[in-house]
Design a protein around this ligand. Structure first.
Ligand code: SAM
Length: 286
């Protein structure tokens, strides 16, 4: 169905289905017709690709993905939207809708069962209450996917795509850069949504790396160190890591010294290689 980003069409469909927006589920639907085609085109929706979409709403992005990709599997938590989607996606025979919380779906099995012989990518206008957990889940599971292209809040996009070693970075920046090459694609104003959120948005793409960085023997410990390092903003690496991991500050300082770093260095000043070296030096001391 066309014109799913037209306010009149949306109001008519939602009215006929008695649908009311749920703030708790992050339901801000796109009403700017130029955005979904761009997400689909930049998100690898094309011949030879299967696309996983998270959070369909009434299917405005789903349609653009279905027009371009071989197959779309769309996961939507809100069962009230299922009859709406039966109507709006009726023109497409290459879309499967799954009514579930994406965090409960076994995506590895889904990819094996639904996308045999296809390359796979994820595209979504994400619900903002759960942006980072969804992105981290997609990356940490090491799914056989080419890219993750998602709309997020502008501030979240800046943090996710911050350069390593820059002021904007946080634990999630390190994690995202470990698994992928992140980039901000374009900005989207708050007026592009119904209802309009209080913040602007941007579309980001994570190009999944074939290989994660070398030198991390214990990945779980590495990410514990990264989270601890950023657990207290504006503190030094030594102070925040010691308190975040509940270890002696002297042990942390000795690891910092072993890596040739200044004792008062802040976590946002470290490169990926320096984080890897720091976690390696700290491992035997905790
Ligand atoms: N794609 C639509 C659009 O662009 O208009 C809707 C985007 S809206 C920001 C987010 C959608 O994600 C909503 O439809 C919401 O019901 C759904 N959602 C929220 N939490 C979810 C979850 N845990 N798993 C799957 N879908 C979820």
């Amino acid at each position: 169905m066309s014109e799913l980003s037209n306010i009149g069409v949306i109001k008519d469909i939602l009215g006929r289905h008695g649908f009311t927006f749920s703030k708790a589920l992050g339901q801000n639907f796109l009403i700017n017709p130029s955005v979904c085609p761009r997400i689909a085109e930049l998100g690898n929706a094309g011949k030879g690709f299967g696309i996983i979409e998270i959070g369909t709403g009434i299917g405005v992005l789903t349609c653009e993905l279905a027009k371009r990709a071989d197959k779309v599997v769309a996961i939507e938590i809100d069962e009230r939207l299922i009859p709406v989607l039966e109507e709006t996606l009726s023109d497409y025979d290459n879309v499967k809708v799954i009514n579930a919380d994406v965090m409960d779906v076994d995506l590895k099995t889904l990819i094996d069962e639904e996308f045999s012989g296809l390359e796979v990518a994820v595209c979504a206008n994400l619900p903002y209450y759960i942006t980072s957990p969804i992105i981290m889940m997609l990356l940490e599971k090491r799914l056989p996917i080419r890219s993750v292209t998602v709309m997020v809040q502008k501030e979240a996009g800046a943090r996710l795509c911050a350069k390593m070693g820059s002021r904007d970075m946080g634990a999630v920046t390190v994690a995202v850069n470990y698994f992928s090459e992140p980039e901000i694609l374009f900005n989207v104003s708050r007026g592009s949504f119904m209802p309009a959120p209080n913040v602007d948005s941007c579309v980001v793409r994570f190009n999944i790396k074939d290989k994660t960085p070398e030198g991390v023997a214990d990945e779980a410990f590495f990410f514990r160190v990264v989270r601890a390092a950023f657990s207290q903003r504006r503190k030094t690496l030594a102070n925040s890591t010691a308190s975040g991991l509940s270890v002696d500050k002297a042990a942390v300082l000795s690891a910092i010294e072993e890596c040739g770093l200044a004792s008062n260095i802040r976590p946002e000043q470290l490169s990926m290689d320096q984080f890897i070296a720091f976690a390696k030096a700290l491992r035997p001391k905790v």
